[in-house]
Design a protein. Structure first.
Length: 556
């Protein structure tokens, strides 16, 4: 392992162990007197990875999780299935639930800025078996999602040229992703910052274009207004079922689809150990998440419903390129020709950005598992840039799954894997909610005032987490409802909708049986120890914003 500077270096003198924090030395014996004492290895590991991500990086990483192909390409399918009002309501409700997930993970991540996110929190606040089960659930999800992003990139390039074999583009972009991941984490931060800026500009641009088209400012001069809300109507009779039941099924289908469009939004704490001043950066990124979802997702869905009719057959085409974007369909109808290539170019960077995010998060999950003995220890090895290069290399090997799509039979298998990955997001969100509720009630049991003793306390708790958890459970139970309708049975849909949770449960109880783990009692949850670490290691105060910086609402 390459040597790195560790400000939390353990000093051992005889039988005394102490953690050094600059001018402050905290005795491990002091922590042992607190409920749920912290192990010395935890003290040594805090901030082990190099802190290359700045405030603006972590802010834009949080924002990038809400903008992707689900918005630029998938929003049209949502309008086709549920109508403009159904799509708007579905994305709004799931956006609120996603906000509560981010609030929960943000509060825990601010107190425990370790690599791995929810894998670490469930280890300390719930049960090591849950960390093992959900951790490997996430590892599997990342192993398949990274090649799926490579496939998306290759398809997007084909929008301009079909003369080059897709394997060439898969190889080129795969090597670029791998090279970025193996370098100093700040390189990733700068790339993600640039990509996120492009996506923000595109969202603002297409929404402004949609407003102009709606008001009759396009080349054809036709004013649309709320025409498509009147005909064919605000809702769609989904699956040809008439009446309110058909309209409800369309809305509910969008609820399930929107859940996956927001996936990745919870990953802002995954690189916490590589973030400068994480107890300041994470809360700032978390507090703004609701407004970002509103500005960049909900408003965009609303504008799509204004400029495209829900019965337009082009909305259901699965080209994988800008051709299926509702904004492209609207611009062509209005006589604007330059938009398709611009959208495809930014969607290309979006898919590339998503692949970069996955190859950042996946190895950190594996690193966290290895830290607790849930994976081989060699996954904790760092290169001279302070990144877990062996864990990254494993994901680089699995990038080769992208080549499976070059043959029809292998492509079918890969599609199955992708469908299974989709439900892993829902399982992860449920795990975050369960872990946070244990954390919240552990604070109650130990008489910890969250708003005065924790570095940051999320608002609206625990009610919004309870509401989100119940909603996620209902969505999981009803996710494959179409397979139970007469004449609509589909084995692939049934397996992809319901296999994931039984596998996670099997991993959970299998690990408990093998290792004899127990659920951490509320009174022994190590919250006091982490509070002590935060109190004795205050972060430097941020510099006051000056001049134009005062108007920076995205990452200031």
């Amino acid at each position: 392992m390459a040597q790195t500077t560790n400000p939390y270096e353990l000093k051992v003198e005889g039988d005394m162990q102490a953690a050094s924090f600059g001018d402050v030395t905290t005795s491990v014996g002091d922590l042992a007197d607190l409920p749920g004492s912290l192990d010395a290895s935890v003290l040594a590991e805090v901030k082990e990875l190099r802190q290359g991500l700045k405030q603006r990086h972590i802010q834009m990483i949080a924002l990038a999780g809400t903008i992707g192909t689900g918005l630029f390409l998938g929003s049209g399918r949502a309008v086709a299935n549920a109508g403009p009002l159904g799509a708007f309501l579905g994305y709004s409700i799931i956006g609120l639930a996603a906000s509560s997930v981010v609030l929960a993970v943000g509060e825990m991540g601010t107190l425990v800025p370790l690599s791995g996110g929810i894998v670490r929190y469930s280890q300390y606040f719930v049960d090591p078996a849950l960390a093992f089960a959900n951790g490997w659930n996430e590892v599997y999800g990342y192993l398949v999602s990274i090649p799926s992003e490579l496939v998306a990139v290759a398809v997007l390039v084909e929008f301009w040229t079909t003369t080059v074999n897709s394997a060439v583009w898969i190889t080129i972009f795969g090597l670029l992703m791998l090279g970025t991941a193996l370098m100093f984490v700040r390189v990733y931060g700068e790339i993600e910052f640039a990509f996120s800026t492009l996506k923000i500009l595109l969202v603002l641009g297409v929404n402004l274009m949609a407003l102009v088209i709606t008001c009759g400012g396009g080349p054809n001069g036709e004013s649309i207004g709320f025409r498509y809300w009147k005909h064919p109507g605000p809702f769609v009779q989904y699956l040809g079922i008439s009446g309110s039941w058909g309209r409800f099924l369309g809305f509910w289908t969008v609820m399930s689809n929107a859940l996956y469009a927001y996936s990745g939004i919870e990953n802002i704490t995954l690189p916490a150990a590589e973030t400068r001043n994480p107890r300041q950066a994470i809360p700032k990124a978390t507090r703004r998440i609701f407004w970002r979802i509103l500005m960049f997702y909900v408003i965009s869905i609303f504008m799509v419903g204004l400029v495209v009719s829900s019965d337009d057959p082009r909305l259901l085409r699965s080209t994988g390129t800008a051709a299926e974007s509702p904004f492209v369909i609207a611009s062509k109808a209005a006589g604007i020709k330059v938009v398709p290539s611009i959208i495809n170019a930014v969607v290309l960077t979006s898919a590339w950005s998503s692949g970069n995010s996955n190859i950042l998060g996946g190895p950190r999950i594996l690193f966290a598992l290895a830290k607790h003995g849930h994976a081989p220890q060699f996954f904790t090895r760092l290169n001279r840039f302070g990144v877990p290069y062996i864990a990254i290399s494993l994901y680089g090997i699995f990038m080769c799954l992208a080549y499976m799509t070059l043959s029809s039979s292998a492509s079918t298998v890969f599609t199955w894997l992708q469908d299974l990955v989709a439900i892993s997001t829902l399982v992860n969100w449920m795990t975050i909610c369960i872990t946070y509720l244990r954390f919240y009630y552990a604070c109650k049991a130990q008489n910890i005032d969250r708003h005065t003793e924790l570095p940051w306390a999320a608002p609206f708790q625990p009610w919004c987490t309870w509401a989100s958890l119940i909603m996620f459970i209902v969505i999981y139970l009803t996710g494959g409802y179409k397979t139970f309708m007469r004449g609509r049975w589909d084995t692939e849909t049934f397996i992809s909708s319901y296999l994931n949770v039984p596998v996670v449960i099997l991993l959970y109880f299998g690990y408990k049986y093998a290792k004899g783990t127990k659920i951490v009692p509320l009174t022994q949850s190590p919250i006091r120890g982490f509070i002590l670490l935060a109190t004795e290691n205050p972060e430097p105060l941020p510099k006051p914003k000056r001049g134009i910086q005062k108007w920076n609402f995205l990452w200031g």
